[in-house]
Write a protein that binds this ligand. Structure first.
Ligand code: ZN
Length: 76
């Protein structure tokens, strides 16, 4: 029975050695996360009225996001 454990361990070791170089390709995954990280389309809640608007369309003021200039004025 112990032999199976050793064989399994050896297979696991071989697998580990074979799959180890893979993380070097992680640059690709970071690239893909970069694209997903493009949070320009993230929905940001307006600090005044609570309406969600795209990050592109929202206004950043005092570290808070607002949907419109009116809300920026109100938020002050
Ligand atoms: Zn608003």
């Amino acid at each position: 029975m112990m032999q199976y454990v050793i064989i399994a361990a050896l297979i696991a070791l071989i697998y580990f050695l074979y799959f180890k170089p893979k993380p070097q390709k992680k640059e690709k995954t970071t690239e893909s996360t970069k694209t997903t990280k493009a949070d320009a389309n993230d929905m940001i809640e307006c600090a005044t009225c609570g309406v969600y608007s795209e990050l592109n369309d929202s206004i950043l003021s005092n570290g808070k996001y607002y949907c419109s200039k009116e809300c920026v004025e109100e938020g002050r």
